[in-house]
Design a protein around this ligand. Structure first.
Ligand SMILES: NC(=O)c1ccc[n+]([C@@H]2O[C@H](COP(=O)([O-])OP(=O)(O)OC[C@H]3O[C@@H](n4cnc5c(N)ncnc54)[C@H](OP(=O)(O)O)[C@@H]3O)[C@@H](O)[C@H]2O)c1
Length: 300
């Protein structure tokens, strides 16, 4: 079977992206072949494109998450059937028309869940769950840059655990943050004073999605002396007190978010959908760093 795969043979802006046609090898044991319907784009994809992260040799392929339809299975596979609608984390890349994924990564897509939502869940959902698992027992949390993919679901999952959330974003996203239950303020000059007005007591913990020095300084000024100051941004930080958190893949964590969306207890915003043929536009938009909720590639 043939797959059309998004690749880049050099680092740069989105004009380095191109598609190639590859004939896939026979399906390996333990894998499912998926006809991709939708695949979220994460900042890590765009940051790998530019060469900020050099995770893999060139030419490189992209994408960490997908939703699609099982088109082939190893003989005798239990629990799954050709034609099942699934979602999950990929295996190296997902921005392609057909991908092979370990059976252990598959989560059943709820019947009523939209493809763009299903395809954009795995990265941000598992990251947000990892953050909460690593922060442990806390009752207040400051989130810097909370209107994007990770922050949007983190606000909601924190409240499930009865954690009070104060979150930052630009002016245009203040009502969006509040609608998810956070107390909201804008980032920028005067941030510490605004945070202290909202939350006079020091926070138990903070986590930064933006990677700015302003966020680090604001956290150091407003988090308890023995509290946790964390970042997921993967950018240099000026204080040894800042702990980096990296996503841990865990299908149970992803299933928790899928169930919450299926029952309506959680919400998920896809603000930008692009056809696969417009992947360059999609990557340029994500690289801009102001996605509300998620950006997604849609396949025919
Ligand atoms: N460590 C890991 O395992 C891991 C996993 C996933 C993601 N990440 C990284 O974590 C970061 C966030 O991911 P994401 O998917 O949530 O990104 P995203 O969807 O692009 O969201 C970025 C957020 O940052 C805000 N922002 C932009 N400029 C800001 C500034 N100067 N100060 C404060 N906030 C600002 C944006 O808000 P406005 O639009 O309102 O400005 C938006 O809410 C990315 O750098 C990503 O690469 C790391």
């Amino acid at each position: 079977m043939e797959s059309v795969i998004l690749v880049a043979a050099q680092y740069g802006q989105s004009d380095v992206l191109q598609t190639i046609r590859n004939t896939l090898p026979p399906l390996a044991p333990g894998m499912a072949r998926i006809s991709v319907k939708a695949a979220g784009i994460n900042p890590i994809d765009a940051r790998r494109m530019t060469g900020e992260f050099k995770h893999s040799a060139l030419p490189q392929a992209f994408g960490t998450e997908f939703a699609g339809v099982i088109s082939e299975l190893p003989p005798g596979t239990q629990g799954w059937a050709i034609g099942d609608d699934v979602l999950g984390s990929g295996n190296g890349f997902t921005h392609a028309t057909v991908i092979d994924v370990p059976l252990s990564n598959l989560i059943r897509k709820p019947k009523d869940m939209r493809w763009d939502v299903a395809g954009s869940l795995a990265g941000a959902a598992q990251t947000a769950m990892t953050i909460l698992d690593e922060l442990g027992e806390i009752s207040s949390l400051l989130i810097h840059g909370a209107s994007g993919g990770v922050g949007s679901i983190l606000i909601q999952l924190a409240q499930e655990r009865e954690i009070k959330v104060v979150a930052t974003a630009s002016e245009r996203n203040q009502d969006y943050l509040r609608a998810m239950g956070a107390s909201a303020t804008v980032y920028g000059p005067g941030l510490v004073e605004r945070l202290r007005l909202i939350q006079p007591q020091p926070f138990d913990a903070s986590v930064d999605m933006s990677g700015t020095e302003e966020a680090t300084l604001a956290s150091l000024a407003t988090v308890k002396a023995d509290g946790i100051v964390a970042t997921i941004a993967g950018k240099p930080v000026s204080s040894p007190r800042v702990q980096a958190i990296w996503v841990k893949r865990n299908p149970k964590n992803l299933q928790h978010v899928v169930d919450g969306l299926a029952t309506g207890q959680l919400t998920w915003e896809v603000s930008q959908s692009f056809p696969f043929s417009k992947a360059r536009d999609a990557y340029a938009a994500v690289l801009g760093g102001h996605t509300r909720g998620k950006s997604v590639l849609i396949f025919d």
